[in-house]
Design a protein around this ligand. Structure first.
Ligand SMILES: Nc1ncnc2c1ncn2[C@@H]1O[C@H](COP(=O)(O)OP(=O)(O)OP(=O)(O)O)[C@@H](O)[C@H]1O
Length: 224
């Protein structure tokens, strides 16, 4: 089953200089896929993930989440669809600074598809990601790596079918990076799909398909 499909998607930014990081990219993400996207800094990898879930509208082409063409939907509907289907591991740690670790996860549950608190699941993720002793801390009181793990927990807490992960192992030591990769792989095994942007070939090797972002195009098995 296809979870996300891009058809000849392009994106141009016009902030003085015109930049076209994405140029007629087509891609299909099916259940069971674990895609890694690699490529030099500034080549449009984050832009692509944002477009895939409707956080950013493309300049051209079509984006489908399941069977819904996002270009024909208003922002409110796109937000709803994204909440039902997608978990996003942001590269920037954009946590809610006034809420505790546990509060951030509870908030994510309240706006997610179930809209119900599930304390047992929160405790399980805190345990798995080594944050149990920090559950009452504010994000500003965490280490950078702990914040990264919280961002991962937040993305997974609603069991999304499609996980878009932007450099999810950044700031993590080998042990925690391995744990995050195991959670992502487990989500794929459980019937989901992952698209992961990474600069780390060791983790990219765990994917079922590898792509290189190069001059606005996605090249399968491309070499840096
Ligand atoms: N909001 C924006 N306005 C104008 N230009 C932008 C905007 N966002 C990104 N860009 C430009 O688009 C290009 C691609 O950026 P993007 O963040 O997608 O790259 P990336 O491959 O994810 O980079 P990195 O590996 O460093 O995270 C960059 O040249 C960047 O300057």
């Amino acid at each position: 089953m296809t979870l996300c499909r891009l058809e000849k998607v392009s994106k141009t930014y016009a902030m003085g200089e015109v930049v076209c990081p994405i140029n007629e990219v087509s891609l299909t993400v099916d259940k069971g896929d674990f895609l890694a996207i690699e490529g030099p800094s500034g080549t449009g990898k984050s832009t692509l993930l944002y477009i895939m879930c409707g956080l950013l509208r493309p300049t051209g082409g079509d984006v489908f989440l399941k069977d819904e063409n996002l270009s024909s939907l208003p922002d409110t509907k796109v937000t709803e669809l994204r909440g039902d289907l997608v978990g996003f591991v942001f590269q920037e740690t954009n946590l809610l600074q006034a809420l505790t670790v546990e509060g951030n996860l509870r908030f994510a549950q309240s706006v997610g598809k179930g809209k119900k608190p599930d304390e047992a699941k929160i405790s399980r993720y805190l345990e798995e990601l080594g944050l149990s002793s920090r559950r009452d801390f504010l994000p500003g009181q965490l280490s950078v790596g702990q914040r990264r793990r919280l961002i991962v927990a937040r993305a997974l807490i609603n069991d999304p079918q499609l996980i878009l992960a932007d450099e999810p192992t950044n700031d993590l030591d080998e042990m925690w990076a391995g744990k995050v990769m195991a959670l992502l792989t487990g989500a794929v095994g459980g019937g989901g799909a992952v698209v992961m942007v990474t600069h780390n070939p060791q983790w990219a090797e765990k994917a079922t398909k590898r792509y290189l972002m190069q001059e606005g195009r996605l090249v399968e098995n491309g070499q840096i």
